[in-house]
Design a protein around this ligand. Sequence first.
Ligand code: MG
Length: 141
Amino acid sequence: MNDIRIGNGYDVHALGPGLPLMLGGVRVESPVGCIAHSDGDVAIHALCDALLGALALGDIGKHFPDTSDEFKGIDSKILLQRTMSLVKGKGYGVCNVDITIAMQRPKLAPYITEMRETLARIMGTDISRVSVKFLPVPQIS
Ligand code: MG
C-alpha cells in the first residue's frame, strides 16, 4: 500500500537577551535568543512535531521531555536525527517539508540556504525537497 502522510507542526518560544538564536540548525546573529530547555530551535521543534504528527507518534514533548536532564541544552539537530530514526523505523521517509519562520527581526534571507542544506542533510533528502521561508512580523508599537 502506498501510504502518504501529512503532518503539521507549530512552535513558539519567548526570547531573552544574550542567548544564542538557533533556527533551522543554524546560528543566527541576534541580540536575543529563545528561552528553552533545549537550544530552543523552534524551526526544528516544529519540524519534529510535523514528522511525529504525520505518523501519529505523539509530539516532541513526549519523546524528548523538557523535564529530562538528557535534553537540557541539547542541540535540536540531534532531536531531528532521533525523530528521523523513529520515522524510518516505521518504514517511512520524507517526501518534502515546508517551514515558515515568523519573527520581527533579524531578516533571515542570509541564512535560508544553510538552513535548507542542514535540514536536508539530517533528513537524508535533497535540498530541493526542503523549503524554509521567512515571514516578517510587523512590530506592534
Ligand atoms: Mg520548542
